[in-house]
Design a protein around this ligand. Structure first.
Ligand code: HH2
Length: 281
C-alpha cells in the first residue's frame, strides 16, 4: 500500500504528488515557501485541492544547483514535515533528498516515502535507511549530477528509452538485493535531468515502456523548461497548460503518480483521463 489509511490501486486511480519546495532557489517556486508557516499553508492548500502525496524538497536540483548539506536540509524540511503530520495524520508525505540522514530524520518526523533523484547512488547509506524503515522509495534516472547534467545542452544517448529502462531496472535490482520491499519501489524516467528537449518529448511518447517494467511509475514534467520551449511561453508559471498535457499523456499510458505544482487542475485532468482509460467497453 502506497498511501496511509487508504487502499487505492494507483494503476486504476492515479495519484497526484504536490511539490512543496522549501528552498530559496527552486526553478519555479524558489523562495515562495521557505518559512514553515507559509510552507504548511501551501501544503494544506494542495491537500484541499486533492493532492494524495506532499513531496517536501529541501534542495533544488535545477541545472547548476549546488548540493545542500544534510544539516541545512534537515533545518528546512523537518519543521514542515512535523507540523504537517501533526495537522493531518492521513496525507502521504515524501522527502525529496539524496542524503540518508535527511531521509531518516524525515521518516522519524512522519514522512512515508523517500524521493531520491540519485536512485540510491549518492549516499551509500540511503538503501539501508529505506530498507530498515519500510518506506516507499522513488528511484529516478539522472544523467550526471544537477551541477553538470545540462552542460553543453545536455548529454547524448544512443538509445534513450532503452538506456533509461536498463538503468531503472538495475537500480530496482540493487534496492531489492539490499532488502527494499519491491512493492514499495516507484520508478521515474527523470524528465529534465540530463535530457535535451527532444529527449523529454521521447520519454513522454514512450512512457509505456517504463510502465512495462512492472513497477509503479512516477513522472514529473511540471513547469519544466521543455514546456516553455515547445509552446513559446515565458517563465515557469506560464507552463501549466503544457504540464497538464504531459499529465494526460502519462496517465493514459499507465503512469500511476504525477508530480506537479498545479494540484487542483491536475487532479481534474487525472480524473478525466482515468475515467476514459477505464471506461467500460
Ligand atoms: N523534478 C524535480 C525535483 N524532484 N523528483 C522526481 N522523482 N521526479 C522529478 O521529475 C523531479 C523530482 C525538479 O522540480 P522542482 O522540485 O520544481 O525544482 P527544483 O529541483 O529546482 O526544486
Amino acid at each position: 500500500m502506497l498511501l496511509r489509511h487508504r487502499h487505492v490501486d494507483p494503476a486504476v486511480t492515479p495519484l497526484v504528488m504536490g511539490v512543496l519546495n522549501v528552498t530559496p532557489d527552486s526553478f519555479s517556486d524558489g523562495g515562495d515557501h521557505v518559512a514553515t508557516e507559509t510552507a504548511l499553508a501551501h501544503a494544506l492548500e494542495m491537500i484541499a485541492d486533492g493532492a494524495d502525496i506532499i513531496d517536501v524538497g529541501p534542495e533544488s536540483t535545477r541545472p547548476g544547483a549546488k548540493p545542500v548539506p544534510a544539516d541545512e536540509q534537515i533545518a528546512r524540511a523537518i519543521p514542515v514535515i512535523s507540523r504537517l503530520r501533526a495537522k493531518n495524520e492521513k496525507i502521504a508525505i515524501s522527502i525529496d533528498t539524496r542524503l540518508a540522514p535527511v531521509a531518516e530524520a524525515a521518516l522519524q518526523a512522519g514522512a512515508d516515502m523517500v524521493n531520491d533523484v540519485s536512485a540510491l547512488r549518492d549516499d551509500p547509506a540511503m538503501v539501508e535507511a529505506v530498507a530498515a524503515s519500510g518506506a516507499a522509495v522513488v528511484l529516478m534516472h539522472m544523467h550526471g549530477t544537477p551541477i553538470d547534467m545540462q552542460l553543453g545542452g545536455g548529454p547524448h544517448y544512443d538509445d534513450l528509452v532503452g538506456e533509461i529502462a536498463a538503468f531503472l531496472d538495475e537500480r530496482r535490482r540493487y534496492a531489492v538485493s539490499h532488502g527494499v520491499d519491491p512493492s514499495r519501489i516507484i520508478l521515474d524516467p527523470g524528465i529534465g535531468f540530463g535530457k535535451r528537449v527532444e529527449h523529454n518529448l521521447l520519454i513522454l511518447r514512450n512512457v509505456d515502456r517504463f510502465v512495462a517494467l512492472g513497477q509503479t511509475v512516477l513522472v514529473g514534467a511540471s513547469r519544466k523548461s521543455f514546456n516553455g520551449h515547445v509552446l513559446g511561453v515565458e517563465g515557469p508559471k506560464r507552463r501549466t497548460v503544457g504540464s497538464l498535457a504531459c499529465v494526460a499523456i502519462a496517465v493514459m499510458a499507465g503512469v500511476s503518480i504525477v508530480r506537479v505544482h498545479d494540484v487542483r487542475a491536475t487532479v481534474e485532468a487525472v480524473r478525466m483521463c482515468a475515467a476514459v482509460r477505464h471506461a467500460p467497453s
